[in-house]
Design a binder for this molecule. Structure first.
Ligand SMILES: [Zn+2]
Length: 246
């Protein structure tokens, strides 16, 4: 038996793996390397993905379209406050650096993202940039879910991740603001890092966990284009919809 497999078993014995959707424990002797979701939750996830695809609702929020972003991809629609599977997984990703979960999201998004890249940009000259969360929030959670998603996508798509954006200190949290103030706040919230120079002529996949009104992604897109990126396509795990699902 391979050493890494033994190591993983020992780790599973110390930290029994559970389904991130329903909390059910996996029998690691039956499935030594389980997915982060049990078969029932996986089927539910796939039906949420299907529903999103059937809606054909890949249209961009207006703010994002106006920023010059070429296309936007979200894997699922989620309904805040409904405590459904997508929301549970997103909350988990926000609070825990759960690498298997980020890997799951990345593998799940890999193919449609690759198609988007080929359609709207240059896949041979592409890189991934994430929207960083506020330093206080990152410190509180111990990680940045956008960064973790970007790293997992970098592995899945075999593309470099560039830390091109940073938060300007002293800006307000977006969720505490009204819509108009959000757009202004988002614009002044980010600065390019010294690595932003690497984006010149590149197609950028701009990654975040969730998109709501698109003002944050729009502000980040404008900044990346100013830094010389050839094209920006935005990708999120979920887009928030206030409508209650039928
Ligand atoms: Zn489950």
């Amino acid at each position: 038996m391979r050493i890494d497999l033994i190591g993983r078993w020992l780790m599973h014995l110390a930290f029994p793996p559970v389904c991130r959707g329903c909390g059910e424990r996996f029998d690691i002797f039956k499935t030594p390397d389980p997915l982060p979701l049990c078969p029932d939750c996986l089927a539910r996830w796939e039906s949420v993905v299907q529903r999103r695809a059937q809606q054909g609702a890949q249209g961009m929020p207006q703010a994002l379209a106006e920023s010059g972003c070429r296309a936007m991809f979200s894997r699922v629609t989620y309904h805040p406050g409904q405590k459904q599977l997508a929301e549970r997984l997103l909350l988990r990703a926000k609070d825990h650096r759960d690498r298997p979960l980020f890997r799951f999201f990345a593998e799940d998004m890999r193919l449609p993202l690759w198609q988007l890249l080929e359609q709207y940009g240059d896949a041979t000259k592409a890189c991934i940039v994430f929207v960083p969360r506020r330093p206080e929030a990152k410190q509180r959670a111990g990680h940045d879910q956008g960064e973790q998603l970007a790293l997992a996508l970098g592995d899945a798509l075999e593309l470099p991740v560039v830390c091109a954006l940073q938060h300007r200190r002293g800006t307000s949290a977006q969720k505490q603001l009204a819509a108009a103030a959000r757009a202004e706040n988002a614009k002044s919230s980010y600065l390019p890092t010294k690595h932003a120079a690497k984006l010149r002529g590149k197609t950028v996949i701009l990654v975040d966990d969730i998109v709501t009104a698109g003002t944050t992604l729009a502000a980040a897109t404008s900044l990346l284009l100013e830094q010389g990126a050839a094209a920006v396509v935005a990708a999120t795990v979920a887009s928030a919809s206030p409508d209650i699902p039928s």
